[in-house]
Structures are given as C-alpha cells and as structure tokens.
Design a protein. Structure first.
Length: 179
C-alpha cells in the first residue's frame, strides 16, 4: 500500500467528517456531527479503505470486487447507527424506525458524501439521484426511507438553505415518521 493512499484517504475522510459536522450543525444536531464516522479512523476500516482508495468513489466497492466482501464496511455499519443497514435484522418482520437524530445524520451523511466525492461538479440533485439508484437496494423501514426520499427531493427542488435546518427536519420527520 502506498503512503500517498494513506494520506489521501485520511484527508478524504476528514473532509467528509467536516462536511457532515457542518450539515449536522445547521440541522441542530452538532453532537452527532462531532461523533460522525469516527470508526473510519480505526485500523480495521482505515487500512482496507486506504488500500482500495480511489478518491471519487467509496473504496468499499473495490474491496468487494476483489475479496467478495468489505470487512471495513461490515465493521462500519455495525458501529454507526446513522446507517440504515445498522438497523437491519433478518429475524425481525420489519426494520425498526430510525430515531430522529440518526435519520437526520443519515441525510447529512449522504449529502456530504456526494459533495466530497463530486467536488466542484456537485449539485443539489446528486443526493436524490444516488438515493434512487442505491437506496432501493436497502430494505430499511418504509417511513425512514420515505423521510430520506423527501429530504433529497426537497433538497433538489428548494436547495440546502431550505432543507438543512432544524425546523424543516423536525416537521418532515414528524409528518412522515410519527404518523
């Protein structure tokens, strides 16, 4: 593994965490932003991700192609409740509803990831496109999935200023998830 990959991966995840922190701060959940993705610095996640570092796409995809599995992803999703996959349980009839703070952090995570990976090419329609392409593959709670879909749709139509704030998030979450 190249030293440059270690360094570039470190910079990438740090930039991502900073973007998530800023988004979480705007949404009124700064503590979740501070804690976001700290496990990415753990040896289990960091070294595999640095090995498969691409810079414009998640290294998990490339680890899976080569090994059939990403141990970093298995570690990550099991320790970070802002991921829909954290809440999945094959023994349950229905995936539990993601609590508000984690659902908002999840939205902030997806928005920030598309920003960091796309750089100057980012636009507010990208989180929705990504969610429509990959979100349907995850069997999350229907209300959680509806919340995320609404957030990304509104982001595309109304922009970040309208969507990334506590009033919008609480109203949208309550309207969809607490019915």
């Amino acid at each position: 593994m190249k030293i440059s990959s270690l360094f570039r991966h470190f910079i990438l995840i740090t930039r991502h965490r900073h973007a998530v922190f800023c988004a979480c701060l705007r949404c009124g959940i700064p503590f979740r932003g501070l804690l976001h993705d700290l496990s990415k610095y753990s040896p289990c996640e960091f070294f595999e991700s640095a090995k498969y570092y691409q810079g414009n796409r998640s290294p998990i995809v490339f680890a899976r192609k080569e090994n059939g599995v990403s141990r970093a992803w298995l570690h990550h999703k099991g320790r970070n409740p802002h991921h829909i996959e954290y809440w999945l349980d094959d023994d349950c009839e229905m995936t539990p509803l993601m609590p508000y703070k984690y659902a908002v952090e999840c939205a902030c995570d997806k928005i920030s990831a598309t920003k960091v990976y796309n750089g100057k090419n980012y636009d507010v329609s990208m989180p929705l496109s990504h969610f429509l392409r990959y979100g349907n593959k995850v069997n999350g709670n229907p209300k959680t999935m509806a919340f995320l879909l609404q957030v990304f749709t509104d982001l595309k139509e109304q922009g970040e200023k309208a969507v990334l704030n506590p009033a919008y998030m609480k109203k949208t979450y309550a309207d969809i998830c607490l019915r």
